[in-house]
Design a protein around this ligand. Structure first.
Ligand code: HEM
Length: 527
């Protein structure tokens, strides 16, 4: 059956007229996904078979290892025919912009949020909550948390919990900027077991750690199933306690607004309630209570691991590249001097910390955490790729080749595979100070898609940038960090080991992440 499906898909792919590669197993087959890398590592050793489309394309996220090579061989678009669907990979910047623009023609394959006209209302309201007052909250809360994280890290001989601690930081920033709830940072060894049925933070943490399970089983099922194992019952308690918290917030904001005053705090939840009520007052459709809860869940889900994984990659890249640490440190000293973080100002300081931001951009360029998959759904679609127009049949996956456009030497130069944040900075004619003459470059449209593009791009882009810049500036202002050395290893060897680990031990779990960052502990020393 599989082979006949593959043959049919191959014939359909031939009609499109683009280069084709065939793979015998669908790379999204869940059983295959459990063993794909292990099996292929064995197959690679077999002479003649070892180097084939099967070993090259038949696993999830092969794009990361392949970078721009397949597109260099086959051009800006090619098809991988599988027994499931045909997958069209596109690396032409203009065609990509066209795909992102045509939201209806190329919908997301897996919808996290709603789509259609309902989406339009929701997006308008949700986007309005990601505003400058909220970014200011992100800035000040991140500074407090990053300061505490740094104190924790520098109080230890070495740190092997970077990934864990940056997840805590990102969760706490979300709970403050999302719901108005502040929590003190607790490092990996300081964390006490909380009670998810009474604590808002513990319930949110448990929910985010298990969101796929919750989505698969459904909160209603969990609620009714008293016979489930303890862990799942805890999860159910966390869902209801979190729901209670959201209901309280909702009622409070509604009360405040019916008395003609909004809550002073412009967090995402209160802003969303307010925006929705304004919309209803103007005679348009606002959001229902459950739509507000749904959106808050999506904000948390979408803003947690994305930022935390990016932090982990960036911190390990910095540990492996001390010269880049010095380069960012220079900027932080020029912009912030000796000022304590309580005296840093979002409006004045954040826009000047361009080198700090370039660390994030360069990390996302090479390790883009969120894969975006579109498809043609039930209709055939035309797409212009270069000077050729192709007709893509229904039910074809359409994949923006991030890993290719982000590393193609055509756009990024001959060292495109090297992590070099300074590529994002251009020095222009000097303005007031030497540092302020530096500007962030604007890459050619369609060649950098870290936060996606078009009407469904990431509304949390600036939120995540503010969080990232505030953290990096805090970490490098007075301290430097290096990998610990293993017996017989020089510090340069240790740095090479960390670079190698980033390259070879990163893969998608839910999102792309470093798989075992704890294997490379870091040590902190004062500058
Ligand atoms: C490094 C950090 C981040 C990266 C790389 C990132 C990337 C992305 C990407 C690529 C998408 C589009 C996904 C798709 O089309 O399937 C997206 C969507 C989204 N992101 Fe982010 N994101 C980040 C941080 C955040 C944060 C901090 C928040 C919120 C606090 C957030 C909220 C959202 C939401 C709500 C969507 C869905 C938008 C819609 O469907 O209209 N993101 N993000």
């Amino acid at each position: 059956y599989s082979m006949s499906q593959l043959a049919q898909n191959y014939l359909a792919a031939r009609k499109i007229g683009l280069p084709i590669r065939m793979i015998p197993i669908s790379h999204t087959n869940p059983i295959w996904m459990l063993v794909d890398r292990r099996v292929l590592a064995l197959v690679k050793r077999i002479p003649f078979v070892g180097n084939s489309s099967f070993t090259r394309y038949n696993y999830r996220a092969w794009e990361l290892a392949d970078r721009y090579y397949s597109h260099a061989e086959m051009g800006d678009a090619f098809i991988v025919a599988t027994p499931g669907r045909n997958w069209l990979y596109v690396a032409d910047p203009e065609a990509l912009i066209d795909i992102f623009r045509r939201r209806i023609d190329f919908p997301r394959c897996l919808e996290l949020t709603v789509d259609g006209p309902q989406w339009k209302t929701q997006r308008k309201l949700t986007a309005s909550c990601f505003n400058e007052p909220n970014n200011e909250i992100v800035w000040s809360e991140t500074l407090l948390l990053a300061e505490d994280m740094l104190s924790y890290w520098t109080s230890k001989k070495s740190i092997d919990s970077v990934a864990h601690d940056t997840r805590t930081l990102s969760l706490h920033v979300l709970s403050r900027a999302g719901f108005g709830k502040s929590f003190k940072f607790q490092g990996h060894d300081e964390r006490s077991e909380g009670n998810p049925s009474t604590s808002y933070k513990d319930s949110l943490q448990l929910i985010l750690e298990n969101c796929i399970l919750i989505m698969a089983l459904g909160p209603k099922f969990l609620e009714r199933a008293w016979w489930l194992p303890r862990h799942l019952r805890n999860l159910s308690e966390a869902c209801s306690s979190f729901q209670k918290y959201m209901t309280n917030q909702y009622e409070e904001e509604k009360r405040a607004s019916s008395q003609g005053r909004g809550l002073a705090d412009r967090n995402l939840m209160t802003s969303l309630i307010r925006a929705s009520q304004d919309e209803a007052t103007a005679g348009n459709t606002g959001l229902t209570e459950s739509e507000i809860y749904g959106n808050m869940f999506v904000f948390n889900f979408a803003g947690h691991d994305t930022t935390a994984h990016t932090f982990t990659f960036a911190i390990f890249f910095l540990a492996a590249n001390p010269q880049v640490q010095d380069w960012v440190h220079d900027e932080v000293r020029q912009v912030l001097g000796d000022r304590k973080s309580s005296e840093w100002h979002y409006n004045e300081d954040f826009p000047r910390l361009k080198r700090c931001l370039s660390i994030m951009l360069e990390t996302l360029r090479l390790y883009t955490p969120v894969p975006v998959a579109k498809w043609t759904d039930q209709e055939a679609q035309q797409l212009k790729v270069g000077d050729k127009t192709v007709v893509i049949p229904p039910s074809t996956m359409v994949i923006p080749s991030y890993a290719s456009v982000h590393t193609d030497p055509k756009y990024w130069g001959s060292d495109s595979l090297t992590w070099r944040p300074s590529r994002w900075i251009n020095a222009t004619e000097s303005t007031t100070t030497e540092h302020d003459s530096e500007q962030l470059i604007n890459p050619q449209r369609g060649t950098f898609l870290g936060w996606s593009e078009g009407s469904r791009d990431c509304p949390g882009r600036k939120f995540s940038q503010v969080e990232f810049v505030a953290t990096i500036a805090t970490l490098v202002q007075e301290w430097r960090f290096d990998p610990t050395t293993e017996p017989g290893e020089s510090i340069d060897d240790a740095r090479r080991r960390v670079s190698h680990q980033i390259e070879t031990d990163s893969a998608p779990v839910l999102l792309l992440q470093m798989l075992h960052p704890e294997r490379a502990p870091l040590v902190w020393s004062r500058r």
